[in-house]
Design a protein around this ligand. Structure first.
Ligand code: SF4
Length: 508
């Protein structure tokens, strides 16, 4: 079997979903090869170098080898300006290279002028005409070589982001033509979301043999004719992935200790709306996996991928430190009110926590059922700062209970805590079309397309997207205390590279 991770997503760490499938296949002795076509494809296009048509592109092309090297060294993460220039230059080269294909391409972006990743008709068009894809010179040769060498009976794609969808279908279309007898399997986070839509009907029948929703281990094994053993006893395997080639100063080990979310109560949360059950890996196994993977791969950073790391796992990690710095998403919970608990986390290697605050208004938080008390959140931020754990705080504007007055309270909260917040992520709320709460609102299609996951809605307080954008640009982002936090955010790679800046700063 061949497992493919298609372009485009941030090329900074190996794909965790593919590593889990490798673990399951390996456990049953099923031969497999992995192709990180995202990393290889992006590097391939960068090295094609566009014909220099302007000063910026010529300069970016001249500095390409230096930029690629520096992203893999620690020095770059000491200077926000040098880092920003390297990323902007790489994005410039990609944009200019893909321009003739009518694609706006970047290190984490793929937008076609005409084809939409939320339209099944457009995805089928991408499959019918793979040659039009800017990655086709790379993937056509690579896939033909792989097919000759491996002669697989099945090829699986892991499709997680909209920015991967059109390239995935271009590759599928090419393979359907080249090897009509090979089974094509499509799974991953985005496919799961499509298939969890109410009234889902498969528009890819005849092109894709199997669509897989949710964790794919059991499905992929049964496609390969094996009965899965027990209750998913497989640990991820990263051996077939190119550990040192990613855009990071050292290998990152992504690890997921659960699917779903242990809290699972926030209204309008896509995870909850999709009805994804909370399935944690037993804590003892997580600790065992981490120790074994660390021993084998010697990563510079562990990325815990859970929607929210459970307090029991945090406690277990603090008692059994894995031996490398780690970061991930956590909730503002009472455990973090204990300064000693925060200190123990820090001593276990916790370098940064991503925290979904969403709002600085208590009534909004209560209406969203976030389970956050703002006074406690304030203490948590203080404790983490004191313990030396950086924070990446996520704010969500435009939820149904929020209006401008409430958004201003969020601004006040952030300003008041600016010295305890390392990084900020600002987003505007998208209504999941299948959220039960969406049924009570007047909605209309948000993106053109039958696969779109979000709906536009008439905000009950008139707090529309244009008004929110204006508030963000003219008020929120302009506040000097907030502007200085936003300037720290690594462009494109954001929270994936933020821990490296924190580690460099701590080392100085
Ligand atoms: S904590 Fe995050 S993942 Fe969990 S229910 Fe709330 S928004 Fe969803």
């Amino acid at each position: 079997m061949i497992l493919i991770y298609p372009p485009v997503s941030k090329p900074c760490e190996p794909p965790a979903g593919v590593a889990k499938l490798c673990g399951a296949l390996d456990h049953h002795g099923i031969g497999h090869r992995v192709l990180d076509a995202n990393l290889e494809g992006l590097l391939g296009l960068l090295n094609v170098s566009p014909a220099p048509s302007d000063t910026w592109t010529s300069r970016a092309t001249r500095h390409l080898p230096e930029h690629l090297n520096s992203l893999k060294g620690w020095g770059l993460y000491q200077s926000e300006n040098r880092y920003r220039r390297a990323i902007n230059d790489l994005n410039r080269i990609l944009a200019m290279t893909a321009r003739s294909s009518r694609v706006r391409l970047g290190l984490a972006n793929y937008e076609h002028e005409e084809l939409s990743p939320t339209s099944s008709a457009d995805l089928l068009r991408a499959a019918e005409n793979p040659e039009a894809n800017p990655f086709s010179p790379y993937f056509e040769k690579r896939l033909v070589d792989l097919l000759k060498a491996q002669q697989p009976s099945a090829i699986g794609f892991s499709l997680n982001y909209l920015s991967q969808a059109l390239c995935t279908f271009a590759m599928i279309g090419f393979l359907r033509r080249e090897c009509p007898g090979v089974k094509l399997v499509l799974g991953g986070g985005l496919v799961t979301s499509w298939m969890r839509r109410p009234h889902w009907r498969n528009p890819f029948d005849g092109l894709v043999d199997h669509l897989v929703a949710g964790p794919g281990e059991a499905s992929i094994l049964s496609i390969m004719g094996v009965t899965p053993s027990g209750d998913n006893p497989y640990s991820p395997k990263y051996d077939s992935l190119p550990g040192r080639d990613y855009f990071a100063p050292g290998p990152i080990l992504p690890y997921s200790s659960s699917t779903g979310c242990y809290w699972n109560r926030c209204s309008f949360c896509p995870e909850r709306a999709e009805g994804n059950p909370y399935l944690p890996v037993p804590v003892e196994r997580v600790i065992g996996d981490l120790l074994r993977l660390l021993d084998h791969h010697k990563p510079s950073l562990i990325h815990l991928l859970d929607n929210a790391i459970s307090p029991s796992l945090m406690k277990a990690i603090s008692e059994h430190p894995p031996g490398a710095p780690w970061y991930g998403f956590a909730r503002f919970t009472r455990h973090l009110l204990d300064p000693d608990f925060c200190l123990a986390l820090k001593q276990s290697g916790c370098i940064l926590l991503k925290l979904g605050l969403e709002s600085g208004d208590q009534a909004v938080l209560d209406a969203l059922q976030k389970g956050i008390d703002l006074e406690e959140a304030s203490t948590v931020l203080k404790n983490l700062k004191k313990a030396g754990i950086a924070t990446y705080v996520y704010i969500l504007f435009g939820t149904p209970p929020e209006g401008q007055t409430e958004a201003r309270r969020t601004l006040e909260f952030v300003v008041k805590h600016h010295d305890r917040i390392g990084f900020l992520n600002l987003a505007i709320f998208n209504m999941p079309i299948y959220a039960p709460e969406a049924q009570h609102m007047k909605t209309k299609s948000f993106y053109e397309g039958d696969l779109s996951l979000y709906a536009n809605f008439d905000h009950p307080k008139g707090w529309s997207r244009p008004r929110i954008r204006q508030f963000l640009d003219k008020e929120f982002k302009r506040h000097p205390a907030i502007a200085s936090i936003l300037r720290r955010d690594p462009p494109v790679f954001t929270s994936n590279h933020a821990p490296f800046f924190v580690m460099r700063k701590a080392a100085r």
